[in-house]
Design a protein around this ligand. Structure first.
Ligand code: PEP
Ligand code: MG
Length: 576
């Protein structure tokens, strides 16, 4: 048994077979495998170009099968335009130039299949990236994507060969029997890191948990895992114990998302102990069910609204299942993180579905306008890489500079507003002028819809208070808006000058820092003096050690991941 420890991101104890994440552009995982002679050595195989060519052919055939299946799935679930990318990737896998480089590397330079694929990917991606034509340049990312897929498959094959040898050494059939048993289970995905868009595309029906070697618990990937309820551990120890982690692909493991521990090939005693904890967790969850339909009321009678954070239509179902009083934060940018721009119509349909589902009981839906940039990237936006992306071109800054983009989203939101209670929330506000400019654009959209005879409802305007500047001028901002929502994730990042994406800064990301708490108190005071309600939608809203403090300060609303609704309700009901 090997025990690894990382940062706990989303609780839950799950068992599964470890699988390397295949659909990723080249990252250090593949590089470290190739550069680490100890790992290559352990494969134990003497170089044989025929074996390597055969491995490559098998990986190529499997990649084509996977892409064909993805194409068919996208075609039925999303349409021709969305599916096209998978057809394009199939063509790249079959590209004769790519294949020629791979063959050359294996036969003439005696490189193993994985290394040959990596070199081919890099050479062709570089050639594409240097072209003048924008379209061809953009294909460099596709080449990396396809190469990542092939590499993942090749590494898996190497791991399986190694595992087979090990089981033969241990006396044959035992390992194979184990493999048959575990193949029935879901998988635990092992990756270097995930971007938010990759996290969104994970197939939840197949994936029990994910584990990443890098990553921070404050990133959007971590937030997404919590929203989706996928047990996850990030930022595994980067010491020697993690070298050659790929060798464990195919092995059974248990992930404890609550403690951040991964038990590879757990022994019977460990399994029994985890099983006992698991049973207790199930019992606790069952106990929480009794709180559905109950009020968020303290023992002294104070009430607070308890809403859910979502990123998709499916999350809204989960929010309802968990008895959320509304949607306090719809991270609309997640609709943009797929393969293509969702445009007005697709957005409208998504918002309308959520709004209609929540309309029963007059539950509000707070839609945050596009908060793209920094770690949330979509290739088709073509945002230029930045030196300091967290402080960079993101959120409202992009929307104000691209009124066309903002306009489309505002139209979709306003059109959906006739089906229930809709509110707009502007992210990353730092000045009054930004709010005033956004309001002018909102007026233009309203005028346009009226001229077109399209009905819309009354939409209140809220501001995310997630920069120190916004907190400090919240008295002035309160005159321009109907409500505030405090984004503690970014507020901590910007107040403490700690990049929330950077795992090395974990200990400096201090949610309870007096500087942060003073700003939060100031915002609540300023909002209330102006007669505006104020909520918290960052992760601190779900921090049970702060629930009492939020109540004491008179926060009007907490918005949390769907899975945290009932635990927070339980805590509220214990408070005086
Ligand atoms: C926040 O910053 O607290 C917030 C809710 O926004 P996000 O986490 O999406 O940046
Ligand atoms: Mg934020």
């Amino acid at each position: 048994m090997l025990i690894l420890e990382g940062k706990a991101v989303c609780g839950g104890i799950v068992e599964g077979r470890l699988e390397l994440y295949a659909g990723k552009p080249l990252q250090s995982r593949e590089r470290s495998y190739l550069e680490n002679p100890a790992v290559v050595e352990e494969t134990g195989a003497v170089f044989d170009s025929n074996v390597e060519l055969e491995l490559y052919k098998q990986a190529k055939a499997e990649a084509i099968r996977q892409l064909e299946a993805l194409y068919q799935k996208a075609l039925t679930e999303a349409g021709e335009t969305e599916a096209a990318i998978f057809a394009a990737h199939q063509l790249l896998v079959e590209d004769p130039n790519y294949e020629a480089v791979v063959y050359d590397q294996i036969t003439k330079r005696q490189r193993r299949a994985a290394e040959a694929v990596q070199i081919a990917g890099e050479m062709i991606a570089e050639a594409f990236a240097s072209m003048k034509d924008d379209y061809i340049r953009a294909r460099a990312a596709d080449i990396q994507d396809v190469t990542g897929r092939l590499l993942g498959l090749l590494l898996e094959k190497t791991d399986n060969r190694q595992k087979k040898r090990m089981s033969q050494a241990e006396g044959g059939v035992k390992g194979e029997t184990a493999e048959q048993e575990i193949s029935q289970e879901k998988v635990i995905l092992l990756a270097e890191d995930f971007t938010p868009s990759e996290t969104l595309q994970l197939d939840k029906s197949r994936i029990a948990a994910f584990v990443t070697r890098r990553g921070s618990e404050n990133s959007h990937t971590a937030i997404l895992a919590r929203t989706l309820g996928i047990p996850a551990v990030v930022g595994l120890c980067c010491g020697e114990c993690c070298d050659g982690l790929e060798r464990w692909a195919g092995f059974p493991a248990i992930v404890d998302g609550g403690t951040g521990r991964i038990y590879i090939e757990p022994d019977a005693k460990t399994k029994a102990a985890l099983q006992e904890r698991f049973a207790k967790e199930v019992q606790r969850k069952q106990g929480l069910q009794a709180l559905k339909g109950k009020e968020n009321r303290t023992l002294s009678g104070q009430t607070i609204k308890l809403y859910a954070n979502i990123g998709s239509v499916e999350d809204a179902e989960e929010a309802l299942e968990q008895d959320a009083g509304g949607i306090g934060l719809f991270r609309s940018e997640f609709l943009y993180l797929g393969e293509s721009d969702p445009g007005e119509e697709r957005q409208f349909q998504a918002y309308r579905t959520v709004v209609e589902r929540l309309a029963e009981g007059n539950r509000p839906v707070v839609i945050r306008t596009l908060d793209i940039g920094a770690d949330k990237q979509a290739d088709y936006f073509g945002l230029e890489p930045e030196e300091n992306p967290a402080m960079g071109y993101r959120a409202i800054r992009i929307c104000l500079e691209h009124p066309d983009l903002f306009h489309v989203q505002l139209r979709a939101i306003y059109r959906a507003s006739q089906y229930g209670v809709v509110r707009i929330l502007l992210p990353m506000i730092t000045s009054l002028e930004e709010v005033q400019e956004a309001k002018r654009q909102i007026e233009t959209v309203k005028r346009e819809l009226s001229e077109e005879g399209i009905p819309y409802g009354e939409v209140r305007l809220g501001l995310m208070i997630e920069t120190p500047a916004a907190a400090l001028i919240s008295d002035r901002l309160a005159q321009e808006a109907d409500f505030f929502s405090i984004g503690t994730n970014d507020l901590i990042q910007y107040t403490l000058a700690v990049d929330r994406q950077n795992p090395r800064l974990g200990r400096f990301y201090q949610p309870y820092h007096e500087g942060v708490l003073r700003l939060i108190r100031l915002v609540i005071k300023n909002a209330h003096e102006a007669g505006r309600p104020v909520g918290i939608c960052g992760e601190l809203a779900a921090d049970l050690s702060l629930t009492e403090e939020w109540l004491r300060l008179g926060v009007d609303e907490l918005s949390v991941a769907p899975s945290m609704i009932l635990p927070v309700r339980e805590r509220i009901r214990e408070c005086w």
